[in-house]
Design a protein around this ligand. Structure first.
Ligand SMILES: *Cc1c(COP(=O)(O)O)cnc(C)c1O
Length: 375
């Protein structure tokens, strides 16, 4: 169907861009000999898992439900990391995952008798204590007091029997230079243990599909690690897989005035793009600029009751009319996976724009999707 007849609000996956991201990631796998996993936390739109599975080695999960999704819909390598596991969950994870990561030696020992009997390869997440994220403390697992990963001071070489891998995840939307300095910090503290491992997982946060990313630097580092330590190397990016590969189309429902013109949209920052408020950031908007750049300026907000449900201020070349559609860009990642129905807002539909431009509506939601979670 044509894009302009899809219901709104609607997430639209850009199949062409997704595929071009996947081709680049596949090139990294081929040239470096590493394995790339989809971090489902960022993007779990499983309608396109068959496409992603043509290019990547598998999935990684933050817990049982994502692990089940990867097992059911992706069906390649399936890894999981969580700061703590429930006994029932852990038994099930051993059946559907091939790699299980622990955040502490406590958890490793708690489940030793289970994983030693299972067909899984286990690893420990470490904290290289090397912050590279400036003022983004909420996304920095190396920040002081972080619960994520074992520090060198708490590392227990005496408990490594049966442990086959090490893992660190410290980056967020970063380039290769930060990976390189993090790897050096990791190597200094944990390199001696890596020599006895089968694999190393470099986590996510690598913005590999961003235009300025140093892909060749990454390939060279992975080759060097594989040669020096004789380990398999995993990367588990989320963002990089569907970066710039989706939109959120929304309709202007009303325009109000209070010293400025304010658009009331059927999409909401609080419900449909929570990172706009959490991170916070200003999402890119198609054919729009900053206030003052173009003649017609507006504040974009939503139809929830939250005063602060404001997406940002933008300017346009033409005067916006009620009923018009506008398009937020880069809305595939950390959007659908974070949706909520606060205020009883409807969840956006999900569509795919195929390479020939034709759109396919794959999912719509209704009142039951709101009600079923409330009692
Ligand atoms: C969030 C996360 C990822 C994916 O991060 P992106 O920033 O989306 O690339 C990978 N691994 C772990 C352990 C994570 O917590």
């Amino acid at each position: 169907m044509r894009r302009d007849v899809l219901p709104t609000p609607c997430y639209i996956i850009d199949e062409a861009k997704l595929q071009s991201n996947l081709k680049l990631l596949h090139y990294v796998e081929q040239e470096s000999g590493c394995h790339i996993l989809l971090a489902q936390k960022a993007f779990s739109c499983f309608a396109v898992y068959p496409l992603i599975a043509q290019y990547l080695s598998g999935t990684t999960a933050s817990g049982l439900y994502e692990a089940r999704l990867g097992h059911e819909e992706f069906r390649k390598e399936n890894h999981v990391f969580a700061p703590a596991y429930e006994p029932g969950e852990f038994e099930e994870l051993c059946l559907i995952c091939d790699h299980i990561l622990f955040n502490s030696f406590n958890q490793l020992e708690k489940y030793r008798s289970v994983w030693e009997k299972a067909k899984v390869s286990v690893g420990i997440r470490v904290n290289p204590e090397h912050s590279t994220q400036g003022d983004h403390a909420i996304y920095d697992p190396c920040a002081p007091g972080s619960r994520l990963g074992v520090t060198a001071g708490n590392f227990r070489p005496d408990l490594l029997s049966g442990v086959e891998g090490l893992h660190f995840h410290t980056l967020c939307e970063q380039n290769f230079d930060d990976l390189l300095s993090t790897f050096s910090a990791f190597e200094e503290k944990f390199g001696k243990y890596l020599l006895q491992m089968k694999w190393l997982n470099l986590g996510g946060g690598h913005h590999i599909t961003r235009e300025d990313y140093d892909v060749e630097g990454l390939i060279a580092l992975i080759r060097r690690i594989r040669e020096k330590y004789n380990v398999e190397v995993y990367l588990e990016p989320g963002e990089a897989i569907a970066l710039q590969a989706g939109w959120l189309d929304t309709e202007v429902m009303d325009i109000v005035d209070n010293d400025m013109k304010i658009l009331i949209l059927d999409a909401s920052a609080a419900c449909h793009m929570p990172d706009v408020l959490e991170m916070p950031y200003r999402p890119p908007l198609k054919d729009a600029g900053r206030i003052g750049e173009k003649p017609f300026g507006y504040r974009l907000s939503s139809r929830t009751c939250l005063a602060g449900d404001v997406i940002g201020d933008y300017s346009f070349d033409h005067e916006i009319q009620i009923g018009e559609r506008i398009t937020f860009e880069d809305m595939a990642i950390y959007s659908m996976v974070k949706n909520n129905t606060f205020n009883g807002m409807p969840l956006p539909a999900i569509a795919i724009q195929h390479k020939d431009g034709d759109c396919q509506l794959i999912r719509q939601f209704g009142y039951e999707d709101f009600k079923c979670r409330l009692s």
